[in-house]
Every structure is written in structure tokens, then in C-alpha cells.
Design a protein around this ligand. Structure first.
Ligand code: NAP
Length: 235
């Protein structure tokens, strides 16, 4: 029985925990504790930060392998995992779902940061802001109207904004209706990859442009896989 620590907060992390538990492994998933009512994975769950690299390194002393299945934009956690695993000699696999690729009809502008995304919003635009609660702050001073969608309310909102509290994934029909109802002229999102791409499809269908924030880079030299099956094959 392998003792596995999964750094979680994503759908893949939940799927992985479930498959590991089914296979008889001793799995603990770590959640940051950002959402009040998270979808809980199978196995043990611990919640809250480790207290930086030192705390994580101490926790790695209790396990045989660590899987970083955090969100592609959780760059600090991923960096800490790489450093702590290197320091303790704990095998680390990074599970990173693939990002999205533009297809025919997509009108995407890729930018390197949330700040750059805010600068790319034209004055007077009606924006679906789907960057998550922590991504809203960069847009507070932008001269546009925002439909801010997040799982929980952000600390701040742009001056002209409506808040929709919702947890994806969203059906394509709902995304179509949302863009229509609010007269959305621009979608701003992170290149999260995975199942929340219906908004991009709805935007393509309506000819609505998208500003997509690129992922932060991974630490050099880490072992990266793109799916749960590959993680299980590694184990
Ligand atoms: P982050 O900026 O990379 O991490 C900041 C700090 O939060 C870390 O240094 C760590 O604190 C703690 N932390 C993050 N993930 C943790 C985990 N799985 N278990 C325990 N502690 C964790 O992370 P973030 O962008 O705020 O994301 C927080 C969580 O939300 C992640 O687990 C991620 O998978 C999930 N999430 C993030 C996004 C996003 O867009 N960023 C979207 C969906 C879900 P210590 O230094 O004290 O250990």
C-alpha cells in the first residue's frame, strides 16, 4: 500500500483520489481551504496551507509519493511542491490537464497575466469575467461592465458589475443563454483547460472575442503528466 499525498483543489485531484482509494492505496488529499463547501474527495482530507516549503517538506516525511494535482494557476503551491520534494527526495508527479487550443472561428487574444488581460478590455465592453474569485481584483478600475462569475464572492468587484455565484462545469446551452441575456461582447478567462470550455464554444458561435490568460510556467525538471491514468501508471 503506497501512501500518497495529493495536492488537490481540482476535479482531476478528486478523480485521482477516488481511483487511488479503489486501488487500495492510502490517499490523503490536501485542500487549501479557499472554498467553504468544497466537493470532498475519497480518502483522507486535510485542509489549509502547510506553512510554506518547510511545512510541506515535513508533511512529505509521512508519505511515499506526492502528486501535485492543483489548478494550473496555483503556481506557488506547485513551486513549493517541487522544492520540498527535491529537498526530501520524495517522488513528485505533476498532474496538469492540457490547456485549450484555438480552433477555426475562435477570436482569442492570449496574454501573460491578469493585469495584461485588464489592459486588453476595451472601454465600454460588456465582459463575462470568468477568472475566478482571486482574479477579479485586477479589473476593479477597468472602464467596462462585468458579469463576474465565481464560486464564492470576491473581496472586491469592479464599479460596474453584476455577480453570479456558480460552480462549473456549465452546459453549452446555459453559456449561450448567458452571453445572449447579458449582451456579452468579451469573455475573459484563464487557460485552465478541462471541462469549463463551454464558455469558449459559446463565444466562438457568437463571434465574441476572448482574452485568455496564459498559464504560469512549471518549475524546471518536474515530471509532468496530463491525465489520471498516467499518474496511476507512474505509481
Ligand atoms: P497558490 O497561490 O499556488 O498557493 C498559495 C498558498 O496556498 C500555498 O503557498 C499554500 O500555502 C496554500 N495552498 C495552495 N494549494 C494548496 C493545497 N492544495 N493544499 C494546501 N495548501 C495549499 O494557490 P491558489 O491559486 O490560491 O489556489 C488555491 C487552491 O485552489 C489550490 O489548491 C488550487 O488547486 C485551487 N484552485 C485554484 C484556482 C486558481 O485559478 N488559482 C482555480 C481553481 C482551483 P502554504 O505555503 O502555507 O503551504
Amino acid at each position: 500500500m503506497t501512501r500518497v499525498l495529493v495536492l488537490g483543489g481540482t476535479g482531476e485531484a478528486r478523480e485521482l483520489a477516488s481511483r487511488l482509494a479503489d486501488d487500495g492505496h492510502d490517499v490523503t488529499t490536501s485542500l487549501a481551504g479557499r472554498t467553504r463547501h468544497p466537493r470532498l474527495p475519497a480518502g483522507e482530507v486535510r485542509t489549509g496551507g502547510f506553512g510554506g516549503v518547510d511545512g510541506l517538506a515535513a508533511a512529505l516525511g509521512e508519505v511515499d509519493v506526492v502528486i501535485d494535482a492543483t489548478h494550473p494557476f496555483a503556481a506557488t503551491m506547485t513551486e513549493h511542491a517541487a522544492i520540498a520534494a527535491g529537498r526530501t527526495g520524495t517522488p513528485l508527479v505533476v498532474l496538469r490537464r492540457p490547456g485549450w487550443t484555438a480552433g477555426p472561428g475562435d477570436r482569442w487574444t492570449r496574454v501573460g497575466s491578469l493585469t495584461a488581460a485588464a489592459s486588453a478590455v476595451p472601454a465600454g465592453a460588456r465582459v463575462l469575467l470568468a477568472t475566478g474569485r482571486q482574479g477579479v481584483e485586477a479589473f476593479v478600475d477597468v472602464d467596462a461592465w462585468f458579469l463576474v462569475r465565481a464560486i464564492e464572492a470576491p473581496a472586491v468587484l469592479p464599479v460596474r458589475a453584476e455577480l453570479v455565484l456558480a460552480r462549473g462545469p456549465f452546459a453549452l446551452s446555459d453559456e449561450r443563454a448567458l452571453l445572449e441575456r447579458h449582451g456579452i461582447t468579451l469573455v475573459v478567462a484563464k487557460d485552465s483547460g478541462g471541462a469549463t470550455e463551454a464558455k469558449l464554444v459559446a463565444a466562438r458561435e457568437r463571434g465574441v472575442p476572448v482574452v485568455l490568460v496564459d498559464r504560469p510556467p512549471l518549475p524546471p525538471g518536474v515530471d509532468v503528466v496530463t491525465g489520471v491514468d498516467e499518474v496511476l501508471a507512474r505509481l
